[in-house]
Design a binder for this molecule. Structure first.
Ligand code: NAD
Ligand code: TDX
Length: 333
């Protein structure tokens, strides 16, 4: 049994991870989260209070971070500004949270000798051509495209440098696109589901040929827990579940599953610098640590996700209007 400090645990993937850890282990969990627009304390409202608590605060607050790290065995670091479109509009919070915030945590785990796991993204590798037979591996050179992905790449490199220079006990994982419950409605899949539920036509950027490699957030959680428990210190593990789909296919699946005509969507202005394709080769994680995804049927995982948004309108109603007004201010997307 360990005491986990989970940064960003009131966000999408962090909340799924906290639920996963409390359901499948004896660990206790402290969430450190600034509760930005992307967070939802409601995602944590049904947790056992004897094994979990929420501390509202900033990962860039060195005093707070030091005192919390001192009380915990393991830090699992999800907190970040996470949305590419917002990073094109205003990059500064991405530097503050993703770079300075990660630096602040690294200095604290260095002082206290604490085990640290850093959550990152496949976007640090840039993008692939549609017909490229290669997928990203742990050896792929970094080539990020957006302000968001460049700050995540920077944070990964800080972790690697702190491992090599100061010998901290850290691992890194880079995962592909997640879907599932508790995802903010600014993101592609919940945006389209909630568009349909509010009588708005789904919005596809450009031609919609861009490919994302989808993984259910619960599979991301089980992979992170596996790496936290058995990963080799200093190593990077790629997490993916062989879920490549282009955006048009996904929008058509959502419309069909929600009983609408498959072509009842609009093409809107493309994202500047829009990455074409992501694809993960997760052989290292599977062979070295024996991890396997559980949600291997995307249509079933998507149907369960649609059900979750249909049954939890209170969770997303307030964030929907705010997210759409941000989009309205960003080049008609
Ligand atoms: P999210 O935006 O839903 O949640 C991020 C959380 O971090 C929020 O609760 C927010 O309040 C918190 N946060 C942000 N800045 C903070 C700060 N300075 N101090 C304390 N808390 C702060 O993001 P997500 O989609 O859950 O992503 C979580 C992590 O996983 C990120 O590091 C992201 O880069 C990574 N990731 C995401 C995906 C994906 O598909 N969403 C895929 C791969 C990796
Ligand atoms: O309305 C939309 N229409 C659309 O076509 C939105 C919001 C998105 N898209 C497209 C853009 C992307 O090709 O859908 C795809 C997915 O978009 P996002 O949900 O914004 O995700 P993406 O940019 O791929 O990044 C996500 O995966 C990697 C997460 O937001 C990142 O945090 C993670 O690192």
């Amino acid at each position: 049994m360990s005491a986990l400090l989970v940064t960003g645990g009131a966000g999408f993937i962090g909340a799924n991870f906290v639920h996963h850890v409390l359901a499948h282990t004896e660990h206790t969990v402290t969430v450190l989260d600034k509760l930005t627009y992307a967070a939802s304390a409601a995602s944590l409202s049904d947790l056992p209070t004897d094994r979990s608590r929420l501390v509202v605060g900033d990962i860039a607050d060195a005093w707070l971070v030091d005192s919390l790290v001192a009380e915990h065995d393991i830090v699992v670091h999800f907190a970040a500004e996470s949305h590419n479109d917002n990073s094109l509009d205003d990059p500064k919070p991405f530097l503050e949270s993703n770079i300075i915030g990660t630096y602040t945590l690294l200095e604290a785990v260095r002082r206290h000798g604490t085990r640290f796991h850093h959550i990152s993204t496949d976007e640090v590798y840039g993008d692939l051509a549609l017909d490229d037979p290669q997928r990203f591996t742990e050896e792929t050179p970094y080539n990020p495209s957006s302000p968001y992905s460049s700050t995540k790449a920077g944070s990964d490199l800080l972790v690697r440098a702190w491992v090599r220079s100061f010998g901290i006990n850290a691992t890194i994982s880079n995962c592909s696109n997640n879907y599932g419950p508790y995802q903010h409605v600014e993101k592609f899949i919940p945006r389209q589901i909630t568009n349909v539920l509010t009588g708005v036509r789904p919005k596809l950027y450009g031609a919609g040929v861009n490919v994302r490699d989808w993984i259910h957030a619960d599979d991301h959680s089980s992979a992170v827990l596996t790496i936290v428990e058995r990963g080799r210190i200093g190593e990077t593990y790629l997490i993916g579940a062989d879920g490549e789909k282009n955006n048009r296919e996904v929008i058509e699946m959502i419309l069909e599953q929600m009983g609408r005509p498959a072509d009842a969507y609009d093409h809107v202005t493309d994202r500047p610098g829009h990455d074409l394709r992501y694809a993960i080769d997760s052989t290292k994680l599977r062979t070295e640590l024996g991890w396997e995804p559980r949600f291997t049927n995307f249509a079933e995982g998507l149907a369960a996700t649609i059900d979750w948004y249909m049954n939890n309108r209170d969770w997303w109603d307030a964030q929907k209007a705010a997210a759409e007004s941000r989009y309205a201010a960003q080049a008609q997307r």
